[in-house]
Design a protein around this ligand. Structure first.
Ligand code: HEC
Ligand code: HEC
Ligand code: HEC
Ligand code: HEC
Ligand code: HEC
Length: 337
């Protein structure tokens, strides 16, 4: 399974990183709090019984899709702001054709403030909540829906993530043109962790028995550790004497093209080092909307020396970040060819 190898890679990468000995001056910057807790989260009806899930969702980008200051600022500059609303205040997906972007929801259904809300993904016909089990409860009708099973869960994500509009690059476009990708890549596998926990409390406020599900904490590029997983890096040397060189291969290990916003830029500074760690040569890989990494794409960097080891230091630049963030600092041994 692709997901397993992704995790294995990520694990191996973090071990290498730990083994490299962190220098506090250059170690990844303190995490930037991605999104503050949604101020109205506890006013959701669902919060009475699904408090844990509401807590997870409340700090996700989805919760902020409408109240986001960046979004509101751009709306103010648009002649037809309605054309932006569909994905930021969507109608429930159960009413939208597969892979289509949703139209905006009617104001009487739910306040705009809740952005990509619980009802967006879970509201079904006649007040039923769609989910992986269809567990019986007096609280509301429930229905088992195949889109909450692993094999079809990408269908919950693609419609809003495949369109290039405003500052956004439709990174899931490949999933529409190559439907077979769904057999290899799962959005929720990478972005929503598997958990086993009580998913609701009963009428007496007691948690029900645990079940397998997914955390609604949405991993994204503002989480440095998660972002580092997008870059699989290996280094090797080739040739001898004056022809010797070091090749550093950077492979896109995210499940789609990288990055996903026009203003997002990643800079990977790669230094060739001798055995004692002295710098012999250096090069930089810039990854942005023009020099993007396509799905699975590898970029080969060439340094004109035989290095014993290679140091990679990567920074994330985006208008949402008050300052560039170091998200990866790693020293790799080179393999001889
Ligand atoms: C097809 C669905 C869709 C539509 C329509 C849409 N957006 Fe978005 N928007 C998204 C997605 C998905 C993201 C998150 C992308 C990411 O983080 O990579 C986003 C994020 C944003 C952000 C946050 C960017 C940041 O800096 O973090 C802004 C601002 C924004 N959209 C503005 C707009 C504007 C303006 C329009 C109308 C011209 C619009 N959106 C229409 C899906 C949409
Ligand atoms: C009065 C309490 C209560 C409220 C309010 C409530 N739920 Fe539930 N919900 C439950 C209980 C209890 C279960 C069943 C849990 C179990 O059996 O493990 C459940 C199950 C679910 C499921 C799982 C369906 C499945 O496949 O098994 C979903 C999804 C869900 N609720 C969504 C929501 C959403 C969205 C809201 C708000 C619009 C909401 N619920 C409001 C108590 C509530
Ligand atoms: C109804 C439209 C919609 C659906 C459905 C949707 N998203 Fe999003 N998603 C958005 C919007 C809008 C944003 C950006 C909000 C903002 O930054 O203002 C976003 C942001 C994100 C981000 C960026 C997170 C970050 O921290 O920057 C990720 C990752 C993401 N979505 C993954 C998913 C996954 C996985 C699914 C399917 C389970 C999904 N989305 C379904 C509209 C949607
Ligand atoms: C972008 C779509 C999306 C949004 C928004 C969303 N969910 Fe979910 N929800 C999912 C997915 C995907 C699963 C996992 C299905 C599985 O088990 O693989 C899930 C699972 C659940 C479950 C079943 C138990 C579990 O832990 O997996 C409940 C209950 C639930 N969600 C409630 C909520 C509530 C309450 C909110 C709002 C705070 C919410 N969801 C917002 C997509 C969403
Ligand atoms: C193999 C793991 C993996 C899979 C599968 C995957 N992602 Fe990602 N995703 C990542 C990583 C790692 C990043 C951070 C790099 C980046 O920002 O592009 C990311 C970033 C994102 C972003 C933010 C992009 C940006 O730079 O603004 C969005 C939105 C997103 N993913 C949505 C999705 C959706 C929707 C799917 C399914 C169609 C999906 N992802 C499948 C690993 C994955």
């Amino acid at each position: 399974m692709r997901a397993t190898s992704f995790l294995a890679l990520a694990f191996a990468a973090s071990c290498l990183w730990l083994a490299s000995g962190q220098d506090p001056a250059t170690a990844p910057s303190a995490p930037v709090a991605p999104f503050a807790r949604h101020a109205l989260a506890d006013e959701l009806d669902c919060a009475t019984c699904h408090a844990t899930i509401v807590d997870e969702w409340a700090t996700s980008a989805h919760a902020h899709a409408w109240i986001d200051a960046h979004y509101q600022a751009e709306l103010a500059t648009k002649q037809r702001p309605e054309s932006c609303h569909g994905c930021h205040i969507p109608t429930p997906l159960a009413e939208v054709a597969t892979h289509q972007k949703p139209p905006p929801r009617k104001a009487e259904l739910e306040a705009h403030e809740f952005g990509v809300s619980c009802l967006t993904c879970h509201a079904g016909p006649e007040g039923a909540m769609l989910g992986p089990y269809g567990a019986a409860t007096k609280a509301h009708p429930t229905l088992r829906d195949p889109r909450f099973a692993q094999e079809r869960s990408n269908e919950l994500c693609i419609g809003c993530h495949a369109t290039t509009i405003g500052p956004v690059i439709g990174i899931a476009r490949d999933y529409v043109t190559q439907p077979e990708l769904a057999q290899t890549y799962s959005c929720v596998n990478c972005h929503m962790d598997e958990v086993e926990r009580s998913m609701a409390t009963d009428a007496n406020d007691e948690p029900l028995a645990p079940r397998k599900g997914r955390s609604h904490t949405l991993h994204g590029p503002l989480n440095a550790e998660f972002l580092a997983k997008a870059f699989d890096i290996v280094a090797r040397t080739e040739g001898t004497g004056p022809d010797a060189r070091t090749l550093v291969v950077v492979t896109n290990a995210a499940g789609h093209r990288v990055p996903g916003l026009l203003d997002r830029r990643f800079e990977l500074v790669v230094d060739a080092l001798d055995a004692r760690g002295a710098k012999l040569a250096s090069t930089t890989l810039v990854v942005d909307q023009r020099a993007f990494l396509a799905l699975n794409e590898r970029k080969e960097l060439v340094l004109p020396v035989a290095a014993e080891q290679v140091r990679v230091r990567a920074t994330h630049h985006a208008r949402r970040l008050p300052r560039p963030v170091v998200f990866l600092e790693r020293v790799l041994p080179t393999q001889a060819d």
